[in-house]
Write a protein that binds this ligand. Structure first.
Ligand code: FES
Length: 84
C-alpha cells in the first residue's frame, strides 16, 4: 500500500495550539501504523482563517482536513484509511 501523507501545519496558530506536540507523532504511533505515513511539517495550510472550521491545530491526512488535531484523532483516521 502507498504511504499516507500526513501534513502537520506548523504555522503560528497551529504551532502554539498543539502542532508542536504532533511533530514527534511517529514515536507515539501504535505499532500497526508505524511507517505507514510520510510525515511533513507544513507552513500555514490557510485553514486558520476559516471561521466555519473548528480550530487549530490543523493537519491534513491524504488531503483530508483534521481540525483540532490530536494524536488520537490522527491515529483513528489513519486506521480508517488502512481499513478502507
Ligand atoms: S497556522 Fe495552521 S492553518 Fe494557518
Amino acid at each position: 500500500m502507498k504511504k499516507m501523507t500526513l501534513e502537520i501545519c506548523c504555522g503560528t496558530a497551529c504551532y502554539v495550539l498543539g502542532a508542536n506536540r504532533l511533530l514527534n507523532i511517529e514515536n507515539e504511533m501504535p505499532i500497526e501504523l508505524r511507517g505507514k505515513a510520510e510525515i511533513k511539517a507544513s507552513p500555514c495550510l490557510g485553514l486558520c482563517y476559516k471561521k466555519e472550521l473548528k480550530g487549530a491545530p490543523y493537519v491534513k491526512l491524504n488531503g483530508m482536513i483534521i481540525e483540532q488535531a490530536t494524536a488520537e484523532k490522527i491515529f483513528e483516521r489513519m486506521k480508517e484509511l488502512l481499513e478502507s
